[in-house]
Design a protein around this ligand. Sequence first.
Ligand SMILES: C[S@@+](CC[C@H](N)C(=O)[O-])C[C@H]1O[C@@H](n2cnc3c(N)ncnc32)[C@H](O)[C@@H]1O
Length: 607
Amino acid sequence: MPTLEFKGKQFVYSHHLGVPFRELKVISDKSLPAKGQKPSLDDNLIIHGDNLEALKALLPTHAGKVDCIFIDPPYNTGNEGWCYNDNVRSPLMREWLKKSANPVDKEDLERHDKWLCMMWPRLQLLKELLSERGSIWITLDDNEAQRCKMMLDEIFGEENFVASCIWHKMDSPKNTARYFSEDHDYLLVYTKNIAFWELNHLPRTDEMVSRYQNPDNDPRGPWLLSDLDARNKYSKGLYSITTPKGRVIQGPPKGKYWRISEEKFKEMDQDGRIWWGADGNADPNIKRFLSEVRDGVVPQTIWNWKDVGSTRHAKTEILKVFSDTDEREIFVTPKPKALVARVLAIATDKNSLILDSFAGSATTAHSVLEANKKDDGNRRFILIECEDYADTLTAERVRRVINGYPYTGTQRDELHRENITWSTFEKKHSKVLDHVASIENLQGHEYDKISKQIKDGVLTVTGERKVKGTAPGLGGSFTYCTLGEPIDIESLLTGKGLPTFEALARYVFYTATGQSLAKVGEPAPDGFIGETDLFRVHLFYQPNREWLRSNEAALNAERVTAIEQNSKGGKRAIVFAVAKFMSQKELTARRIEFCQLPYAVHRILGD
Ligand SMILES: C[S@@+](CC[C@H](N)C(=O)[O-])C[C@H]1O[C@@H](n2cnc3c(N)ncnc32)[C@H](O)[C@@H]1O
């Protein structure tokens, strides 16, 4: 398979392996726990920090557990002000980045290389977090979509590519565009393992349902016509048919075949499943009953703004939540809730875990909470945002939609829209003006103001009214976290910033087994923290430098006996401690593998 080469690739190739693990630090006063509960890492999470480190911090708890990843990374338009400053250890890389411009702008000839270097390790970690049945959805535009697809083919495997959806995001063309009005973005969809992925069909829209009619009052309910003939060759599909009025149809139209055999046709006619037109003499068609068609419709790759919202809708949604904030200060690139809702409808069930590591204004959380409200679901979300607005925008939106919020604003209804050029205006101006005046006369009383505008060759008439109300709370809760100190050799040696027992337990369990530890209990006499099909893992540790230096911290005969007594099923034991008072030979005979803290902690995955 051809692969994409880019500057820096050899240095970022394994960068995700060397990123230090950090503890997730709960910030209680920014969290919103459920009533009577304490903030907990098992709740929905909003993490303030760089997603490279935050994703790594999630591995010990969430590897292989995320069902759906939706990300909306910087598109690399050259105007977003994003910087590439991952701390990649290679001197060549440092030299390159020292000399090149940050933030990454349009003039930067290496902007694509930098974007790919930024995304590569993050996608590697996202893949680790995804469950075997999970999928990842990435919004992009033509700045990076094609390069990203090649990169995803390499990381996720070409066979796991599902679709490149088109989101028709503009509800009116941009007439100021130099060449084309760019009306769409992409959603690239990959699975962790296509063999295990099952998508949900989408519910029929009201418009689809309304196409089903029941002109003959069939007791089976509304139906839709489908053709009796098709181009596919069918040996039993050539026979003559006589209509109820006696007209003989010699056979299917030229070059076509009836879809069903004569026997089947007669059977269906007997059962009232053939429609001969209102007069009983038309060419026959098959009635397809709404009650009998499959529950949902297969998702299509073109997503129209009428169904999933436009960029304008997204802005209106966020303005409603933050109607007390100056419009100019509001986040500029949100996605509409309905867009994320469609991803959730296709790729999640009521208990799914959803991750968005480029969270922005928290549209993903908003959509997850709405989906839960709608079907009484228990979906959970994890959001990551690096900017300072992680609290004031990302988490604040979630607080507001959980609790409910008052809003004031201007409701704008478009009453008329017409393309207009000077020549049409010259010819038809009195007609146009009359039409606008009639709109004002008829609908003016419903609004505080009717505004008229000609912009970019489009005339719009808009009714505006002040609205005030309270959006009811959707319920839910979340825990707000930041990233703690790296869990590394240095901190264990010096005693500075020693990790908690819980954080170290998760970390050593993950590094030893590659699996995440669901729950960490209190330290046990035999140091047991968790097990997999093959191993039982034990940890003797207290975040106390004196204790770590004392004999108390060592693996001794008493502890080995306790480990042996509690061991079931002959699994091997992996024991983490700072020292041991028995030889490895003796331990091996007892099926115990000793890993010395702190050095053993850094048997980084992938070695
Ligand atoms: C295009 S916006 C996402 C908008 C979001 N989908 C919404 O509906 O509001 C991208 C976000 O990712 C954040 N971001 C960019 N690089 C990041 C990083 N390395 N770690 C965490 N967040 C990052 C940006 O600060 C920005 O808020």
